[in-house]
Write a protein that binds this ligand. Structure first.
Ligand code: NAP
Length: 276
């Protein structure tokens, strides 16, 4: 076994805003692991060379974010089924034989967040998904994986929701954006995957008249933590789950693969990302 200090990091550009180093740094300290996790600002033109060099420098893996999540798939030697299905990777593992393994843990993080923070039965009824961007793709893949049989989808740009339907098949029904509220009739899992409601963006406004109080409602937006959408759903009597847990849970599998300990996602971990 190598006696190098294991290194990991988050590759993106720009990347200075990422809180991943705070999170992984907290876990490294908590579990007494001699390792480091750093910001890695990498331009597209340097990505191939950087990935080739990192393992030689002691890196055991990396997270990947905008703008490299899609392009790393083509550079990896092996890709998990879920990463291939989503068409993007967020976690890389540099194996001892020099090969790069790519995974996507966003859908896992999404599902774990609901399991940990709500009394959630994915098979209780249809899911209603607002938005059809990269995050929606991971959410839909994970919902199909845990056995949701009907997925209703609405996006401002119809072409993008149609594309997801073409990929995920007959379980997905596309609704017009102007009628998005009608997806809520009987829906038991309700998800905002748009960036609406985020600090600096317009509010996410959808009529909640059809929303059942039995539905579990979640928002991928986590700045602010409690979006108006979640607050309104809570007023309706629904269980609501904020998006921060997804961010925390998606990080855990990578940490385990790189540093050998499955980190616990608990309230103390949440506080790390809530503090400035
Ligand atoms: P993306 O690929 O850029 O997609 C953005 C989505 O928001 C699209 O569906 C887009 O619709 C919609 N949208 C943006 N502005 C809109 C507007 N004015 N009116 C209606 N729809 C609008 O982004 P993404 O990667 O999917 O991320 C989406 C959100 O999820 C972001 O806020 C991101 O921070 C959050 N997220 C959170 C986590 C987590 O761990 N909690 C993980 C991933 C992402 P069009 O297709 O019509 O443009």
């Amino acid at each position: 076994m190598s006696n190098k200090i294991p290194l990991a990091g988050v590759i993106g550009s720009p990347i200075a805003h990422s809180r991943s180093p705070d999170l992984h740094g907290f876990w490294l300290k908590r579990y007494g692991i001699k390792g480091h996790y750093v910001h890695l600002d990498v331009a597209q033109s340097d990505l191939v060379e950087v990935l080739r060099t990192m393992p030689k420098m002691g890196f055991v893996g990396a997270n990947v974010t905008i703008p490299h999540k899609e392009s790393v798939l083509a550079l990896a030697d092996s890709v998990t089924d879920r990463a291939a299905l989503i068409g993007a990777a967020n976690t890389l593992i540099f194996r001892a034989d020099g090969k790069i393994h790519a995974d996507n843990t966003d859908g896992y993080g999404f599902v774990e967040n609901l399991r940990a923070n709500a009394d959630w039965d994915p098979k209780a009824g249809p899911a209603a998904i607002f938005g059809a961007g990269g995050a929606a793709r991971a959410v839909i893949a994970s919902l199909v994986d845990v056995g949701v049989t009907e997925i209703r989808l609405s996006n401002r740009t119809r072409l993008r929701s149609n594309a997801l339907k073409a990929e995920f098949g007959s379980k997905v029904t596309v609704f017009e954006w102007v009628h998005a509220g009608s997806m809520l009739e009987g829906a038991m899992t309700v998800v905002n995957t748009t960036s609406l409601g985020m600090v600096g963006k317009p509010e996410f406004k959808v009529p909640l008249d059809a929303l059942s109080p039995k539905a579990v409602v979640t928002d991928l937006v986590y700045t602010p933590l409690r979006t108006a959408f979640l607050e309104n759903a809570a007023k309706n009597g629904c269980q609501t789950v904020d998006g921060l847990g997804m961010l925390l849970h998606q990080a855990a599998p990578g940490f385990e693969r790189w540093f050998g300990v499955r980190p616990e996602v608990d309230d103390e971990t949440r506080q790390v990302l809530l503090s400035e």
